[in-house]
Ligand binder design. Structure first.
Ligand SMILES: *[C@@H]1O[C@H](CO)[C@@H](O)[C@H](O)[C@H]1NC(C)=O
Ligand SMILES: *[C@@H]1O[C@H](CO)[C@@H](O)[C@H](O)[C@H]1NC(C)=O
Ligand SMILES: *[C@@H]1O[C@H](CO)[C@@H](O)[C@H](O)[C@H]1NC(C)=O
Ligand SMILES: *[C@@H]1O[C@H](CO)[C@@H](O)[C@H](O)[C@H]1NC(C)=O
Ligand SMILES: *[C@@H]1O[C@H](CO)[C@@H](O)[C@H](O)[C@H]1NC(C)=O
Ligand SMILES: *[C@@H]1O[C@H](CO)[C@@H](O)[C@H](O)[C@H]1NC(C)=O
Ligand SMILES: *[C@@H]1O[C@H](CO)[C@@H](O)[C@H](O)[C@H]1NC(C)=O
Length: 805
């Protein structure tokens, strides 16, 4: 087993539920070339397996059985079968028989093959537990396209609607009736149905077209769904086929981890007054689309998650009739045709379902994102203008503010206080006793100091740190407050210089909104582009609130620790691209309701081209993972910019992208016919008549390879925009400078005479221009602005020498 993406360990309790997975190399498709650096870790049985299959071409091969996802060409189903399921089971049966025969002859073991799922919509094919011999036999079946070993998957881990400008009287909420007719499907860890966020007060009848169900299971019965939570299903055949003797701790759609309850209530939770996390972030909790319906598809278990279950969940969601799919999970797979999330999303998109996915929490490193799939929207995470404050009162009466999310007793009374400098002396710390300790950070070792302090039996901590990105520390187990260097100096002077006893007290539990600092900012953990799976399409697409988001939580699942005790809350603050993704799902639901004629690509375009890239201080949005910290965020961190749902309602123009466009892109990627068919499920799409890497997309990225001589000097992009604004309108192009490059647009004016008219233009990036020091990432924007100045249709442009290894 080889971890392809090392998990970055965050401090607290799986708050960043990261996606990582272990990829068994010999699961790769035969045509996948293995990175040579990974080959040495191939297990001996693998080499044996490859040796056997290549040399003997026998149907019987030694080796371990495993679960496989098998792609089939349904158009080649023999007529004697009545449906896909009977064909797929017959394929498995006959593979089992032929393998058994071979095994008998050679005196080998008997296999115990098991059919897991047959899929209809998300992919054409099935999953099954197969011995290597059976797997080989299936490969020789007419209609076989490709197969891949089942992969483990894990999830990526109040005020946000106001921050996004959503209001009752104007904009996207009233225009969409708050998403009432829209069904959001969420594939996640399940749901806590008793949460107030899933009460159906104020909800109208369930849309008649809904075909889903409320599946009973452990501690979950069919009457737990209602007009808000309209569907609940669970998918465990993949994980149980992999671990036959395992018992699932909660064998039903009930959520015991909290992730799914949080994401689904973020997308479409009902109104809940007086929600808070131990007094922090108080107010009325509600989802982005507070009247939209939630259908939960549980495929991530406390015991793990597998691609076969994820595909089954998406398959069911498509057939149940969801309008939007929110996937806060992913796999770090390099090729689109190996990525089950990308493949299932293709089918959903083709059916008109808007798919929103998380970029991942592997930032701030370049090319760290997953789900960089051309037919989905990929969401980065940022913060909001909300701060959590602790007020420190010194013995001399001076009051100072710091940051904290300590969930315990909100009053730390006046207590003797000592200055310890860099708090790494565990012996000294253990002798301090019941005092407040002032620690000064250096070399970015905040986490270590917190651990040392926690080990001592002290009353509280005041940490002096200039670290901006401290959200994973502030929910501390002991009373602690984090102050900047300026405040720290005042505290230091007081504690070190006072002749008598020094003391301090802290009031926890305050929340301050707006005005204190620039917001939004890109979170440092948010994964960055370019997309390893398809670098020719700029990813991520947009930035949405993801840091310290308040949403519903299972009341029996602990949120955190105070001292050594678990503490519980019905609302929890979590951070991650898992949290930003359902914000976009909710916004897409509002747009679907208000603009039912728009395709998923048109909705994505509207969200992207109306997003903003300046913060509340009117400066470029900053990047907490930038170098240096707080430098302007580039489009590889935040895509087009931060979502603005009200503006997305009226984008003026949209970049629509058809299935044919996506197919041409797959051809441009030089995928084989089988690889393309694995994604598109259709053999007719694999005739590549018009291969191109230039997708009709609302953003531009030029990848420049300077190892080539002469270096490339110009890249041309062709785009077609559709008028969704007024009948007649004329738009002019303006381009912001891209340092070191010359960007031109032709024509510079687009004159529309009717609604839905399509017009095309060409954008050229030339450069690098003579002698200019070229940056790794140069960026700017092109905007189409109409004569009345009503619409600005803005797209990011990136020229980069960044190379994906
Ligand atoms: C479902 O569960 C609820 C709550 O535990 C219970 O009140 C109700 O009677 C159950 N309904 C059925 C049909 O079992
Ligand atoms: C499952 O349990 C049975 C009976 O206890 C045992 O024989 C078998 O080896 C176990 N299988 C696995 C995969 O652990
Ligand atoms: C889960 O529950 C289903 C029925 O609801 C049952 O068939 C299955 O065996 C259970 N699986 C596990 C692993 O507990
Ligand atoms: C504490 O930090 C100082 C300065 O970096 C270092 O010299 C010392 O070895 C550290 N002590 C421990 C116990 O880590
Ligand atoms: C911590 O200090 C308090 C007060 O002095 C004392 O009662 C308690 O036993 C101490 N706990 C430990 C683990 O030393
Ligand atoms: C003590 O206070 C004086 C004046 O307020 C200041 O200049 C000095 O730096 C302080 N000493 C320490 C150790 O902080
Ligand atoms: C696809 O193949 C063509 C012809 O060999 C080559 O020019 C092009 O760079 C390849 N494209 C990609 C994305 O590898």
């Amino acid at each position: 087993m080889v971890p392809l993406s090392p998990i970055r360990s965050f401090l607290h309790k799986g708050l960043y539920l990261l996606v990582f997975f272990f990829f068994t190399l010999y699961s790769l498709l035969p045509h996948q070339s293995l990175p040579s650096s990974l080959s040495p870790s191939m297990a001996p049985p693998t080499q044996f397996f490859l040796f056997m299959c290549c040399l003997l071409r026998s149907v019987f091969v030694f080796g371990e059985s495993d679960n496989y996802i098998v792609h089939m060409d349904l158009s080649l189903m023999p007529k004697i079968f009545t449906d896909h399921h009977s064909w797929y089971s017959a394929v498995v049966e006959s593979a089992l028989a032929s393998s058994k025969a071979a095994s008998m002859k050679s005196g080998g073991f008997l296999s115990n093959s098991k059919f897991i799922y047959s899929y209809l919509h998300a992919i054409q094919g099935f999953s099954a537990h197969l011995s290597p011999g059976e797997h080989e036999a299936i490969k020789n079946t007419p209609g076989y396209v490709s197969s891949v070993r089942d992969l483990p998957v894990k999830p990526d881990t109040t005020h946000s609607s106001q921050f996004l400008g959503l209001a009752a009287d104007t904009g996207a909420w009233p225009a969409s009736s708050y998403g009432e007719e829209v069904i959001i499907g969420i594939v996640d860890t399940g749901v806590w149905p008793e949460s107030s966020s899933f009460k159906d007060s104020g909800m109208s009848q369930i849309p008649a077209r809904w075909k889903g169900e409320c599946q009973a299971g452990v501690q979950f019965n069919a009457s737990m769904c209602n007009r808000k939570l309209i569907g609940a299903r669970y998918f465990n055949k993949g994980i149980t086929a992999k671990n036959p003797n395992m018992t699932l701790s909660m064998n039903s759609t009930r959520d015991t981890e909290g992730h799914g309850t949080h994401t689904s209530s973020t997308a479409a939770g009902n109104y809940v007054e007086d929600a808070s996390f131990f007094g922090y972030a108080p107010g009325t909790a509600r989802g982005m689309a507070p009247r939209a319906r939630v259908a939960m598809y549980k495929a991530l278990w406390q015991e793990g998650g597998f691609a076969s279950d994820i595909i089954a969940a998406v398959d069911q969601a498509i057939s149940d009739g969801v309008d939007v799919l929110s996937l806060s999970l992913g796999l770090d797979v390099m090729a689109l045709y190996l990525d089950p999330v990308a493949i299932a999303s293709y089918a959903a998109n083709e059916k008109g379902i808007f798919v929103t996915t998380s970029a991942g929490n592997e930032g701030p490193f370049g090319a760290s994102l997953h789900n960089g799939t051309p037919w989905s929207i990929t969401v980065a995470a940022g913060d909001m203008d909300r701060d959590y404050v602790g007020v420190v009162t010194l013995g001399n009466g001076v009051r100072l503010e710091g940051t904290t999310l300590f969930p315990g007793n909100p009053h730390l009374p006046q207590t003797p206080t000592v200055f310890m400098g860099f708090c790494n002396n565990t012996v000294a710390l253990s002798q301090v006793g019941r005092k407040i300790v002032v620690c000064e950070d250096k070399d970015d070792l905040l986490a270590d100091q917190i651990n040392y302090i926690q080990a001592g039996n002290i009353s509280g901590g005041i940490f002096i740190t200039d670290k901006i990105d401290i959200e994973q520390y502030i929910e501390s187990q002991l009373p602690a407050v984090f102050v900047d260097q300026k405040v720290g100096e005042i505290i230091k002077n007081y504690v070190r210089n006072s002749s008598g006893k020094t003391e301090a007290g802290v009031e926890f539990g305050r929340t301050v909104i707006g005005g204190r600092r620039a917001a939004p900012r890109v979170a440092s953990y948010s994964s960055r582009g370019p997309s390893p799976s398809c670098p020719f399409v700029l990813k991520p697409d947009v930035l949405a609130p993801g840091s310290l988001i308040l949403a519903a939580w299972p009341e029996k699942t602990p949120t955190t620790l105070v001292g050594s005790d678990f503490v519980y809350s019905k609302y929890n603050l979590l951070s991650g691209t898992s949290m930003s993704t359902p914000h976009v799902a909710g916004v897409a639901a509002l747009l679907k309701a208000a603009r039912p004629e728009w395709s998923p690509a048109a909705i994505r375009s509207a969200i992207m081209t109306t997003s903003y890239s300046t913060d509340n201080t009117n400066r470029p949005i900053r990047d907490l993972g930038g170098n240096p910290v707080g430098s302007p965020a580039n489009p590889l961190a935040m895509g087009a910019g931060h979502i603005d749902p009200n503006k997305a309602l009226n984008p003026g123009l949209v970049y629509d992208t058809t299935t044919e466009d996506y197919n041409n892109l797959l051809c441009g990627l030089n995928y084989t016919a089988k690889e393309i068919q694995t994604i598109t499920r259709s053999s007719s799409t694999t005739i590549c008549s018009n291969p191109t890497l230039d997708l009709n997309y609302p953003s531009f990225i030029a990848l420049l390879d300077f190892s080539k001589t002469p270096p490339p000097t110009a890249r041309e992009f062709h785009r077609t925009v559709t008028n969704v604004g007024e009948e007649s309108a004329s738009y002019f192009a303006t381009v912001t400078p891209v340092k070191g490059y010359k960007v031109t647009v032709e024509p510079k004016e687009l004159i529309f005479k009717e609604k839905f008219e399509k017009l095309s233009y060409k954008l050229t990036i030339e450069g690098p221009i003579g002698g200019v020091q070229v940056e790794d990432v140069a960026w700017g924007h092109v905007s189409w602005i109409d004569r009345e100045n009503k619409y600005e249709v803005k797209s990011p442009i990136v020229a980069t020498t960044y190379r994906i290894e």
